[in-house]
Design a protein around this ligand. Structure first.
Ligand SMILES: Cc1cc2nc3c(=O)[nH]c(=O)nc-3n(C[C@H](O)[C@H](O)[C@H](O)COP(=O)(O)O)c2cc1C
Length: 178
């Protein structure tokens, strides 16, 4: 049978009207890694936040993407920066992930291992992978600003990633080889 001939199920197939909260819960079924995106403002202030919207986009040229909610106080900083870093967190970095997701923390970078890249932007020391990106392109889409970075520098160390799934942090378990 051709795929075009597969009959549609005669039961109702999914909800066509749903609230944003329901969509958010459903999207939580898709596990992601956790990263901290960071940059430095023109007046020398380090800014950063926890994200899970990070994704690879292209290998040649090397492009990655992430999205920033429109009401973020850090939107001008990221929109106008020349470079930003993406620090992919290890499973022991849960506290860091919570700190960088908390808008009430005044200086998120205080007393943590911050590294300065040759481009003059901060990255998180001990991250299992770090990408330094030129601020390549941005597009306002819906309630987020889509940020596309051109990867200029990469570094990584051994470590297991921190994972976000269904609103919770979790870790990967080794699968026994058969
Ligand atoms: C696991 C996780 C993933 C997140 N992913 C994003 C994201 O991709 N984009 C975003 O704008 N906010 C995301 N947030 C929310 C921000 O981290 C949070 O709003 C933070 O307070 C923003 O910092 P700011 O208020 O200093 O801008 C995420 C939060 C968590 C806990």
């Amino acid at each position: 049978m051709l795929s075009s001939q597969i009959p549609l199920p005669d039961t109702e197939w999914g909800a066509t009207e749903f609230e944003a909260r329901a969509l958010r819960t459903l999207l939580g079924h898709y596990p992601t890694g956790v990263a901290i995106v960071a940059t430095r403002t023109a007046d020398g202030r380090n800014v950063g936040l926890t994200i899970n919207s990070f994704a690879s986009l292209s290998l040649e040229p090397p492009l990655v993407l992430w999205s920033l909610v429109n009401h973020s106080p850090n939107l001008p900083a990221f929109r106008d920066c020349a470079y930003f870093t993406i620090s992919i967190l290890g499973c022991e970095h849960q506290e860091l992930a919570l700190r960088f997701a908390n808008p009430r923390v005044e200086n998120k970078f205080r007393d943590i291992p911050v590294q300065e890249t040759p481009e003059g932007v901060p990255s998180i020391g001990g991250a299992i992978a770090t990408l330094v990106c030129a601020n390549h392109q941005q597009t306002h889409l819906g309630d987020h600003l889509l940020m596309i970075g051109h990867v200029k520098r990469i570094a990584s160390i051994e470590g297991k990633p921190l994972v976000f799934h269904s609103g919770m942090f979790t870790v990967l378990h080794d699968v026994r080889e058969i």
